[in-house]
Design a protein around this ligand. Structure first.
Ligand code: SF4
Length: 244
């Protein structure tokens, strides 16, 4: 849903709470389903927790540890070299640890609304001209890693935050994919094929979503639900049947 579809009367909403904070994943929630975002931010109602992605988290942990080793040695990880990148890993480990921290992240407060936007990044590349590019690690069981719209928006949001903090950024973002190899006998070890996907980014578009999400969070009007989730329809159809 685009920012332009937010009803005009929302612009008369009261000024936002200046301590208000929107995370990168909440902005993605707004993009996919404004109603779910509104329920979370206006009424504190969250979707039930899903099962934790422990395998993905394990890969994420191992890749971070591996990339940090290359960073200490001043080397580029082989999968990034194989992609032909003329860049180095962001060398400020202390700053990166802060930007990776889910409770801190890359964090910027909009001077117009007073609302903070933040997101925890996986890694950063630094090009010879000083520009930075975001890398996100992805573990997947698919045959080839794709740049899905949500991944594109994720890269754009981190890049937008870097720009707001005054960093020069590259026009591209990167997905470091770890694709499970499934055509071999399984003997307790899961091999991965490593590929890099890159995406041309439009970080400026994030500003429109951010401002629209801030306005919606101050509104009492129930917004439409998105098209990617069927849960509200499911609940609507089941309630009259189970009568609870
Ligand atoms: S349709 Fe799905 S994402 Fe949207 S409000 Fe309902 S549960 Fe949330």
């Amino acid at each position: 849903m685009s920012a332009a579809s937010i009803p005009d009367d929302l612009f008369a909403a009261p000024a936002p709470d200046r301590s208000f904070v929107i995370s990168r994943s909440q902005l993605e929630m707004y993009r996919k389903c404004p109603r779910c975002f509104w329920l979370r931010k206006r009424h504190g109602i969250e979707q039930p927790d899903s099962f934790p992605f422990t395998l993905n988290n394990a890969v994420d942990f191992l890749v971070k540890r591996s990339f940090d080793g290359y960073r200490r040695r001043g080397e580029l990880p082989p999968m990034l070299q194989a992609h032909g990148l003329n860049a180095k890993l962001f060398s400020d480990q202390q700053k990166l640890d802060e930007w990776r921290n889910n409770r801190k992240g890359i964090r910027w407060t909009d001077p117009l609304t007073g609302v903070t936007l933040y997101g925890a990044v996986d890694d950063i590349l630094e090009f010879p001209d000083g520009s930075l590019a975001v890398i996100d690690y992805k573990a997947s069981g698919s045959a080839d890693g794709k740049v899905y719209p949500s991944y594109q928006f994720q890269l754009e949001t981190y890049t937008y935050l870097l720009q707001r903090l005054g960093f020069k950024t590259a026009p591209t973002g990167y997905l470091a994919y770890f694709l499970a190899v499934k055509d071999q006998e399984f003997e307790g070890q899961l091999p991965f094929r490593m590929v890099v996907r890159e995406a041309e980014l439009n970080p400026a578009g994030v500003a429109d979503y951010f401002r629209a999400a801030v306005e919606l969070s101050q509104s009492d009007r129930v917004p439409a639900s998105g098209e990617e989730c069927d849960l509200c329809r499911f609940v609507g159809e089941t309630l009259p049947v189970i009568k609870c």
